[in-house]
Design a protein around this ligand. Structure first.
Ligand code: MN
Length: 429
């Protein structure tokens, strides 16, 4: 069993800088965020509660009014407990684009920290049809219909603004059929959008919020766009090759060899699996695999004579490798150690590895930009000869539950020629 510990997805500020540098905001249309308010007159108004770990934990309670989100920051969070009185600070209106924002606000920016959509739903004003005037008058009642919150919330201004110029209000829940004594928002920590906790979002954010950009551009998708797979024409061209030839795919020209070599023997009633099929498979899954391989040195386990023969590790990128292949030279390599590694930064590189006879692709747990710091942990569950698949699955589940107790998200990763299950662990930052 192997355990490597680190942080996955906790993108360093350096990476964000690079990300920013890569984007040309003047030219690239960014996700506009969904700014659409419901059509006037439908009466449907939205609210959201975001759990926001900035300098201090608080919950942001926001009501849609006239195209903006009228907002209060509630340090202890809203509650269904009718006995509770919560301090709420009336903060500036937020743009509608913020309604569904869940992700990370970069450190150093206003509100820097992590945000989840803790609750959301619809609301209607109570005892007024002019909620903006009710807020201005310092006495605002709303019936909310969320996933966690429901019933009547009351917000009352308590007095003059504090030294920071912000108004102190009081938030309470009316004693109605939705009230629950002792109800604590911290007992319900997961996002209603993603099911994730703040810690999990921080460890692997999907979005950042750039408050220095216009609202329509501020929510920025961090996940790399998926590369399109090979076209039907490209796959047909692979089938048309004889046992060797050149294949144009992903904008690269690859020289393929021994395409009819059997890599896996035939199963009963099936044809053997040839290198041509491995190459096709590598091309088809490259868009999916790329995010997990990109930016990491790749150790290849080669089986040039097929999976039935002995394989060997091949780490050094050979001299004959085409010049376009992305690579990394390990500056700390000792004499005799592998120096130049393949880095699958583009899909054609994975196709090249398949043609090279690499049946197993083992990316480093660290990135080449910081090779001494792994970003995730692996626990290998290697089955012995008497171990059944059900045993492996049970073991994997036990590991998952044990890690969950530590606040660590573990996900299964199936790899290896013996079908071993292995856990890829995501550590919260
Ligand atoms: Mn906030």
């Amino acid at each position: 069993m192997r355990l490597v510990v680190g942080k996955e997805g906790a993108r360093s500020s350096g990476e964000l800088e690079r990300y920013r540098a890569m984007r040309d905001f003047a030219r690239t249309p960014e996700p506009s965020g969904e700014a659409a308010s419901p059509p006037a007159g439908t009466g449907e108004r939205r609210f959201v509660v975001q759990r926001h770990r900035a300098r201090r934990l608080h919950y942001d309670l926001r009501f849609e009014m006239n195209g903006v989100l009228v907002s209060w920051a509630v340090p202890r969070g809203p509650t269904l407990d009718a006995k509770a009185r919560r301090m709420a600070v009336h903060v500036e209106d937020h743009p509608m684009e913020y309604l569904d924002f869940e992700g990370v606000i970069p450190a150093g920016e206003y509100g820097g920290g992590d945000v989840i959509v803790w609750d959301r739903g619809t609301w209607e004003p109570h005892a007024t049809d002019d909620p903006v005037a009710a807020v201005a008058a310092g006495d605002f009642h709303a019936d909310v219909h969320g996933s966690k919150l429901s019933g009547r919330l009351v917000l009352v201004r308590r007095g003059e603004p504090g030294s920071d110029g912000k108004e102190q209000w009081l938030l309470l829940h009316k004693r109605d059929e939705h009230a629950v004594d002792g109800w604590d928002p911290e007992d319900h920590p997961r996002s209603v959008l993603s099911g994730r906790t703040n810690e999990e979002v921080k460890a692997d954010p999907e979005r950042i919020w750039r408050s220095d950009l216009p609202a329509a551009q501020a929510s920025i998708e961090l996940r790399p766009a998926t590369v399109p797979g090979p076209t039907q024409d490209e796959l047909a061209a692979l089938d048309d090759l004889r046992s060797a030839g050149t294949w144009d795919v992903f904008g690269r020209r690859l020289r393929l060899t021994n395409l009819d070599k059997e890599l896996f023997p035939a199963r009963p009633g099936q044809a053997p699996v040839t290198k041509r099929e491995l190459v096709r498979y590598a091309a088809q899954i490259a868009p999916v695999a790329l995010p997990y391989l990109r930016g990491r040195a790749l150790n290849m386990h080669r089986y040039p004579n097929g999976a039935g023969a002995n394989g060997f590790w091949h780490k050094e990128l050979p001299e004959h490798a085409p010049g376009w292949l992305p690579r990394w030279v390990n500056p700390e390599a000792d004499p005799g150690e592998t120096r130049t590694y393949l880095v699958v930064d583009e899909p054609a590189a994975l196709v090249w590895a398949a043609n090279f006879g690499a049946l197993e692709w083992h990316a480093w747990t660290s990135r080449t930009s910081d090779p001494r710091r792994p970003t995730y942990a692996l626990v290998d569950i290697d089955p012995g000869p008497a171990t059944t698949w059900d045993d492996v699955v049970l073991l994997a589940g036990l590991h998952r539950d044990a890690f969950a107790h530590l606040g660590v998200r573990a996900q299964p990763k199936l790899t290896g020629r013996r079908g071993e299950g292995c856990h890829r662990n995501t550590l919260g930052g």
